[in-house]
Design a protein around this ligand. Structure first.
Ligand code: UTP
Length: 228
């Protein structure tokens, strides 16, 4: 059985667009693929995390405190997904990647949010993948692929079907700040590079695409090759 870690951005899970209906369909799909793959899921904070980070910043919070606010929201979102998953998922949200990796071995779907300040849930997904010895990380965002520049702002932006992990490292930012977003977290890229874990970048609102990525089938998004 393939071992897969899915990183679902808050912008996919709770964008404020009929979220309960989407989460129900996502949970149905995850339950179905869990018979074919060992699955762990990490959930991001999205707009709500940014809202809290912005309020905390206005109140003079340190980067560490702002990160803690973001982490709190990721855990609430993780719990929301487990409500939809029911018995097949955990009810306590683990706070350590190790615990989540271990929980995924039981045939259940292990779900968590953030761990500690200094990175995002993308890095958490890479930490779990390392502990699980995962075959791949699936990064579900609200963008359909990796581009050389923001395609909405730059009509010449190149869309990547395939790239090496070294190329991905070149397009991500380097320094962490609370609420700062990138195509993938730089710590997550470093871990995936070291552990040679492929990353599939897909649009998570397209559940057929997300399912194909989890099962290792051809995708419309970007395949980031860690072996090239
Ligand atoms: P996210 O993982 O949602 O980050 O965590 P993001 O990149 O801003 O969100 P997406 O991928 O676009 O949806 C939200 C915030 O929570 C803190 C960080 O401040 C992060 O920006 N966080 C999260 C941590 O400090 N540690 C963690 O393990 C996870």
């Amino acid at each position: 059985m393939d071992k897969v870690v899915v990183s679902i951005g808050g912008s996919v899970l709770v964008p404020g667009d009929d979220d309960a209906a989407y989460i129900r369909r996502l949970a149905d799909m995850l339950r179905e693929v869990a018979s074919e793959a060992q699955v762990a899921v990490v959930v991001g904070g999205g707009r709500e995390a940014r809202r809290y980070v912005d309020m905390g910043r206005a109140l003079g919070g340190s980067v560490r405190e702002l990160d803690e606010l973001g982490i709190g929201i990721t855990r609430v979102n993780a719990r929301l997904l487990t409500v939809a998953l029911g018995d097949i998922a955990n009810t306590e949200i683990p706070v350590k990647a190790d615990d989540c990796a271990r929980m995924s071995e039981s045939g259940r779907i292990a779900v968590m949010g953030g761990t500690e300040p200094g990175h995002t849930t993308d890095a958490v997904s890479a930490m779990i993948a390392e502990r699980m010895g995962a075959d791949r990380i699936v990064n579900a965002s609200n963008v359909d692929a990796v581009y050389s520049a923001d395609p909405r702002a730059d009509p010449d932006a190149v869309r990547y079907e395939r790239m090496t992990i070294a190329q991905l490292k070149d397009v991500v930012y380097q320094d962490h700040d609370a609420g700062k977003s990138s195509v993938f977290d730089p710590l997550g890229v470093s871990i995936a590079m070291r552990e040679r874990i492929d990353i599939l970048m897909v649009n998570g609102r397209d559940l057929e695409e997300l399912r194909n990525a989890i099962l290792g089938r051809p995708i419309k998004g970007t395949f980031v090759d860690s072996h090239a």
